[in-house]
Structure formats: structure tokens, C-alpha cells
Ligand binder design. Structure first.
Ligand SMILES: [Zn+2]
Length: 266
């Protein structure tokens, strides 16, 4: 089973994982449908700094919050920089003060708090520890993957809240799939260097001589190396480049496009 599309009338259509963490955590992935943005940002663009009208993005964020039944002040987003830094939201004050921090991962034990990552082809990683009741999301395109941001999230969950990776469940969002995600020498070399024993399982050599990267297999490997059990890792099979009817794709639109949001709430 993959993420399921919620198409209730009057709501922005969004994907969700029905039983993530035994149903105690809500893992949501938005689509490009149901918003007010125009042109290449049609229509539920949630990313500022994309070239879209800020008013449209603000309206889209209102629409989404209403659709999910979450107050907008309970949303937490970062200024993502394709790095490996992880922010801890430990208090209500942190929730206000740390919004927009330059980082690519966030962890929190706060309830009714929607931690969110914006993406279009990059993969979002959801982590939930049902024992310590901690959630985390991270932004992991190839740079975040080779920097092992998922490991950093788990290490912070352990350091701050005492989480054990073997208790955690993980989900990997829709992203550029190895069907479509051709990579050049820079990415090929980075992946080979980061995973010397296993890079052959992460990239596919296509007939035309090019390599295609599987972000899902690469991010799952980082999670398993960090101690998350394979049976606790859910992987979406949806490719954002194949499914531009449903998703924004950075690669599929030569960089001019909107962003979806991966959202986790407990
Ligand atoms: Zn594809």
C-alpha cells in the first residue's frame, strides 16, 4: 500500500499514510492540486522563494491548514539549504523563535505541531518514535542523503529524548524515482564515495550509458545503517517526475515550479 489520496470535497487533496506509527502520527504529503497559484505554480504551491506570488502561497498555506484542521501557528517550516543540520523544537518558544532556521531537519516532542518540509523531487523522510513520542522530518535530496541527514535526525532524537532507532518507524515520501532521475558525474561520484560497499544497489546503469539514482534506496540504507529496522521503513513508489499531474517536479519543469509539503503531526 502506498500513500492514499484524500479527496474530500472542500479540502485541498492530499496524500496520507493511514497507519503510520500505529495510527498515532499523521504523515501527510500534499499534491499540486486545490490551490490558487497560476502558471507553472498551478496550483497548491506551498513554497515561498519559488518565483510565485507570495500572496498566492500565503493563501495556499491557509487553505492547507484549514483542510488538515491544523492552526497555522502550529506549522513549523525551515529555510532548507540541502545541508545536514537538524533543529530541535523543545518548547513552545522554540516553535515561534526557530521558524525559518537554515536547516534541513527538525525534531520535536510537542503535540499538535505540524513539522513540514517543502520539496519537488527531493525526498522527505518522516520519523516517529512511538515510545518516547518524538517526531522528525528531514529534507533529503542527493546532498542530504550523502550527508546522512536521517542519521543526524536519529542521533538528535537519541541525544535529546532518549529515542532508540529500533523503536522508530520511518516513511520515505514520493520523490524522483530511479525510472527518471538521471544523474551526472558529480552525483555519481558523491554517492559512490558516501556508500563504498553498496553504491551499486543505489544506482541503475541505463542503456544510454547514464546512471539513475534511487533516492528511496539510498535514504533507506542510511536509516538501516542508523539502526532502523527494515520492516519499520515505509517507501512510497510514487515518482514525482512521472506523476506531474499530481506533483510539482523540479527536474520535470526545468526548475520553475512549486513545492509540495511533507507534514508530520502527533
Ligand atoms: Zn519516474
Amino acid at each position: 500500500m502506498d500513500f492514499i489520496l484524500n479527496k474530500e470535497p472542500g479540502k485541498a487533496p492530499h496524500l496520507y499514510l493511514p497507519s503510520f506509527g500505529g495510527g498515532k502520527a499523521r504523515a501527510i504529503f500534499t499534491t499540486r492540486c486545490g490551490g490558487v497559484s497560476q502558471g507553472p505554480y498551478t496550483s497548491l504551491n506551498l513554497g515561498f522563494h519559488t518565483g510565485d506570488s507570495p500572496e498566492a502561497v500565503t493563501t495556499n498555506r491557509h487553505l492547507l491548514a484549514r483542510s488538515l484542521g491544523i492552526k497555522e501557528e502550529r506549522f513549523f517550516t525551515l529555510s532548507q539549504v540541502h545541508g545536514d543540520r537538524v533543529v530541535v523544537i523543545d518548547t513552545e518558544r522554540d516553535l515561534m523563535m526557530k521558524k525559518g532556521t537554515a536547516a534541513d531537519g527538525v525534531i520535536t516532542s510537542l503535540k499538535n505541531t505540524a513539522v513540514a518540509i517543502c520539496c519537488a523531487d527531493c525526498q522527505a523522510i518522516y520519523l516517529y518514535d512511538p515510545v518516547k513520542e518524538v517526531i522528525s522530518v528531514a529534507h533529503a535530496g542527493w546532498r542530504g542523503n550523502v550527508a546522512r541527514i536521517a542519521l543526524n535526525c536519529l542521533q538528535e532524537m537519541t541525544r535529546v529524548y532518549g529515542s532508540r532507532p529500533q523503536d522508530c518507524c520511518a516513511a520515505l515520501s514520493p520523490a524522483a524515482g530511479d525510472c527518471c532521475y538521471e544523474v551526472g558525474d558529480q552525483v555519481y561520484t558523491a554517492v559512490r564515495d558516501a556508500f563504498p560497499g553498496s553504491w551499486q544497489n543505489l544506482m541503475v546503469h541505463k542503456d544510454h550509458g547514464k546512471w539513475h539514482l534511487s533516492l528511496s534506496r539510498a535514504n533507506a540504507l542510511v536509516l538501516m545503517d542508523a539502526g532502523v529496522m527494515k520492516e519499520n521503513i515505509f517507501v512510497s513508489n510514487l515518482c514525482t517526475i512521472c506523476r506531474q499531474d499530481l506533483f510539482f517536479s523540479y527536474r520535470g519543469s526545468a526548475g520553475v515550479t512549486g513545492r509540495m509539503a511533507a507534514i508530520l503531526i502527533q
